[in-house]
Design a protein around this ligand. Structure first.
Ligand code: CA
Length: 713
């Protein structure tokens, strides 16, 4: 039997969209908003569009350089808040806003899109694509989003559940939507910003930690029709390869472990484009599972993992590749930003592509053919000594890095020497401003490949990272990890200046013609340095960790600087105990500054939360190691190693008496609508019990730590 609808289906859908997704505030936009085309974006490379930020890295060359000079090294001390806008969900904010002719288009957690008046911060419209909260755990690093693309009156966003949407730039109404996911049985997500090249919207996916196969897809910007798809790793060797590139790549893989457990190679963040060469560059991520023995029998380079690949943007056909980390087994993605510049090297003009991937090296490539020009490590590392300029390959140090032979302390840690936080290039100083970090962590192979049929459980083929529970040891490790802003000379391959931070995971950078470099920090500040000397010229509180790359634009004759503030990502989740040194809480907010701005930053209150009395500790001492391993395997990716949260996702040591009583139901999915995944199918009842006992034990540990602190005062 069917129920008769009171409305025809089409109208019903439209009404649903209006009610569910839209907040119209009735403000009239310019008659043709977001009127961006190839000519406008391409003019940026020659100093055009000074007051706009038209594409993710401002131009196709992804330099993140603004030619505006109203705010400069002589007056930046007078910079103050012009306006702020609070975002809906207090989680990680990674978006780079796009600003076109006085309108800002940006995103917050759960892929929500905001359009605002760039001069006043007034909300023009908002589009919530309705990503289910229950899938928040199906990505490595939370439901983050790095921003939109705009093109000819439309705004494009990739959603955390894998859709690509085209919205009307005037109203935020959905024009079309496509599903980019090839297999919904796997945890494919989108966190990256689309790019638009020659009328095609380009988007990749995330999910390598969960066993997906990477690819990038081009869709017609008008209709959403698929134009081409390029896979980054081979499919099942029993089937014919999709194209010549996959035929070539297949020769570098062995066994069929990657078919069972993923392959990886997701294009989750970076792309750039050279219109003159007609080459599109994609940055490819790490292998899945991390463990190379399980993935490829410990043999072969595993193309195109951890590679920069040049494609023909019209057809998606392979042109060249450069693999930064052959046979990746350390999560050393090459998905980091690729800056295109024309520079003089040894007196000759060279078209270069520059990248600082996770593995710690800074690469300068000839982007016409992918040949390595130079490479040098930007921070101390131990996994390789150098990159051989003749072969382009890193000289790996097996004693330090090959964990197949036993556990190793590897630097950089999987969080990378430089992660997605964007760097910037200043054509006048010739320097690249890199939000870098110094880290080291242990990696240890699992005895057997692990396959848990849950979309919320990370599957990397390694033992869960161990972190001692002793807070004094955690503090020592935390102090040995540090953030660093490095002004890197890419020609000399050396640091010109650098600034040190208390923790890692500081924000992306922006370079401006006013001799300035802007950066937000993990510990809740926004800063400006002199681009040439590194002198600190301006500092202001942000109330929360700032990770995204700032932008600059002009509206009504005034120059503005915008930081997207909001704490989240891997560091305060998995590495919660180490992230506490940043001493911030998540508060997602757009912060926009100008000279003589009059807005006030609302005060952030840090009321200490009382620890509810935990139930009796029943964990037997000999069960502690297995209980800890179970917790860290199932829960730590969101709630933090050893049940210490960095504050973005609830700290389970503070569970209420009521939640303890409902523990099994919550783990089975009772709070899925609030973002807690259902583990009912993936977890044995006795494991659930041990995990619960471990959380209670850790609450007792915290009770003792707090009592000792109080006694010491
Ligand atoms: Ca990864």
């Amino acid at each position: 039997m069917t129920t008769r609808s009171p409305l025809p289906r089409r109208i019903q859908t439209l009404t649903g969209v209006l009610l569910a997704s839209m907040t119209l505030t009735g403000t009239a936009l310019a008659s043709s908003p977001a009127n961006v085309d190839a000519k406008r974006i391409e003019s940026i490379a020659n100093g055009g569009e000074a007051g706009n930020w038209l594409s993710h890295g401002r131009g196709y060359d992804e330099k993140r350089y603004s030619p505006l000079t109203q705010i400069n090294d002589g007056n930046v001390a007078g910079l103050s808040l012009a306006w702020t806008h609070k975002l809906d969900i207090d989680m990680g904010v990674e978006a780079t806003p796009i600003v076109v002719d006085g309108v800002m288009y940006t995103t917050g957690p759960f892929s929500i899109v905001y359009a605002l008046d760039a001069a006043t911060g007034k909300l023009l419209w908002k589009h919530d694509p309705g990503v289910p909260k229950s899938i928040a755990g199906q990505g490595c690093c939370g439901p983050v989003n790095r921003g939109v693309a705009v093109w000819k009156g439309k705004v494009y966003v990739g959603t955390f559940d894998g859709r690509l949407l085209a919205l009307d730039a005037a109203t935020g109404m959905e024009k079309w939507s496509v599903d980019t996911v090839i297999d919904h049985a796997k945890s494919y997500t989108i966190t990256g910003a689309p790019r638009i090249v020659k009328g095609k919207v380009l988007i990749g996916n995330g999910g390598a930690e969960f066993g997906v196969r990477g690819y990038v897809t081009a869709y017609d910007a008008d209709s959403g029709k698929q134009a081409w798809r390029f896979f980054t790793v081979p499919g099942d060797p029993a089937l014919p390869p999709e194209d010549d590139a996959m035929k070539m790549a297949l020769k570098t893989w062995f066994g069929n472990g990657w078919v069972k457990w993923g392959g990886g190679g997701t294009v989750w963040d970076s792309m750039s484009y050279d219109p003159e060469l007609n080459q599109l560059y994609i940055g490819v991520g790490n292998g899945s599972p991390f463990n190379y023995q399980f993935r490829s029998e410990g043999k072969g380079d595993n193309l195109f993992l951890s590679s920069i690949v040049a494609l023909d943007p019209d057809t998606g056909k392979y042109i060249w590749h450069y693999q930064t980390t052959p046979a990746d087994r350390w999560d050393f993605t090459a998905a980091q930003q690729m800056v295109l510049a024309d520079v003089a090297i040894d007196g000759k003009p060279r078209k270069v592509l520059m990248q600082a991937p996770k593995n710690g090296f800074f690469y300068v490539l000839d982007r016409t053919n992918g040949k390595l020009i130079s490479a040098k490590n930007i921070v101390p590392i131990n996994w390789a000594t150098h990159v051989d300029l003749a072969t382009g390959r890193p000289a790996m140090v097996p004693e330090a890095a090959d964990y197949a032979a036993g556990p190793k302390l590897i630097s950089p840690a999987i969080i990378g020497a430089h992660n997605w936080h964007p760097m910037s290039y200043h054509p006048k100083t010739g320097l690249v401003y890199i939000p870098a970090q110094e880290t080291a962590a242990g990696l240890e192979a699992q005895d057997e490949p692990l396959f848990i049929p849950s979309k919320s459980v990370v599957n990397i083929g390694l033992k869960v990272p161990e972190l001692p529970e002793d807070p004094s040891i955690v503090e020592k490790i935390s102090q040995s990890w540090r953030g660093r802003l490095i002004a890197w000379d890419p020609i000399k391959q050396e640091a010109r200046w650098s600034q040190e931070y208390r923790t890692i995971y500081n924000g992306g950078t922006l370079a401006t013609a006013g001799n300035l470099v802007f950066q937000g920090t993990a510990d809740g500040r926004v800063l400006a340095y002199a681009a040439d000397s590194g002198a600190l010229l301006w500092e202001s509180p942000a109330n929360t960790g700032v990770m995204a790359g700032p932008v600059s634009y002009e509206a009504g004759g005034e120059q503005y600087i915008t930081f997207m503030a909001g704490w989240g990502g891997t560091f305060p989740r998995l590495l919660g105990p180490l992230s506490l040194a940043a001493k911030v809480r998540p508060e997602a907010r757009i912060l926009t500054y100008k000279l003589g701005g009059k807005a006030q930053l609302p005060a952030q209150k840090y009321d200490p939360v009382p620890l509810p009395p935990p139930p009796p500790n029943t964990l037997e001492a000999d069960k502690l190691p297995v209980a800890r391993r179970l917790f860290n395997g199932f829960c730590a990716n969101c709630h933090g190693l050893n049940a210490v949260s960095g504050g973005v996702v609830p700290d389970l040591r503070y569970l209420s008496t009521d939640s303890h009583l409902q523990f099994n139901a919550i783990v089975a999915g009772a709070r899925a609508a609030k973002g807690m995944p259902a583990f009912a199918d993936a977890m044995l009842p006795e494991h659930m019990e041990l995990i619960h006992q471990y959380i209670i034990k850790r609450a007792h540990d915290l009770q003792s730590e707090l009592a000792a602190l109080k006694a010491a005062k």
